[in-house]
Design a protein around this ligand. Structure first.
Ligand code: MD6
Ligand code: FE
Length: 201
């Protein structure tokens, strides 16, 4: 394993996942989406998010007018599918902790979608790391610090890159400014998939 790039404390492992493994992960996420269809959630303020989300694990992250939260059931009342084993293996390689994640959020970015700057702070214990895996089109990832509005640094995340938010960077603000449509041939219909593993508690 090569060394990670440090982006404001966030570790970026470039090309950690080879093309064959990227295809296997894509297939695994497609099976997740067969059980938990991609949905466009509303923020608590009532804005529709542009990113489409699915999930896996004991509970999965969702949002609606009553707030951001981890829910044990999908909006249709069904449980979430299991976290694919290939994702758990990546977590065990890069997380640096002995415990497995209990939740996976799957984001799909079509053309023109983005994710505003935010902190990941809906988990019960914020000392566990967050591991994020990028598949498909390149995405411009921006990382700031613990306070909103601070200095930021950006990097293009490509298919097969893995980002780890841990330690002092765990609560750093971050977001996706834009997607470079057509930059990857991994997903037959284009776009970007991002799987984020966490211990939600
Ligand atoms: C994304 N990622 O890459 C959005 N959160 O599509 C995140 O919001 C994120 O990449 C926590 C840790 C790593 C991440
Ligand atoms: Fe995040």
């Amino acid at each position: 394993m090569s060394t990670a790039i440090d982006l404001n404390g966030v570790a970026i492992w470039k090309s950690l996942i080879d093309r064959g493994q990227q295809k296997a992960l894509t297939d695994a996420l497609r099976r997740v989406a067969e059980h938990a269809p991609f949905r466009q959630y509303a923020t608590p303020g009532g804005q529709r998010m542009s990113v489409r989300m699915s999930g896996a694990g004991q509970a999965a992250w969702m949002s609606d007018r009553s707030g951001y939260r981890y829910a044990a059931l999908q909006p249709n009342g069904e449980s979430w599918p299991e976290i694919p084993g290939q994702l758990l293996e990546i977590w065990r390689t890069v997380s640096g902790v002995a415990r497995d994640p209990d939740t996976c959020l799957v984001n799909f970015y079509g053309p023109g979608t983005k994710m505003g700057m935010h902190q990941d702070k809906d988990e019960a214990d914020l000392s566990w790391p967050v591991v994020s895996i990028s598949l498909g089109d390149d995405a411009l990832f921006r990382v700031g610090g613990p306070r909103r509005g601070g200095k930021t640094q950006s990097i293009w995340l490509a298919s097969g890159d893995v980002a780890v938010l841990a330690g002092k960077a765990r609560l750093h603000h971050h977001g996706i400014d834009r997607i470079k449509s057509g930059s990857s041939t991994l997903l037959p219909k284009g776009g970007r998939l991002n799987a984020t593993l966490r211990v939600a508690g």
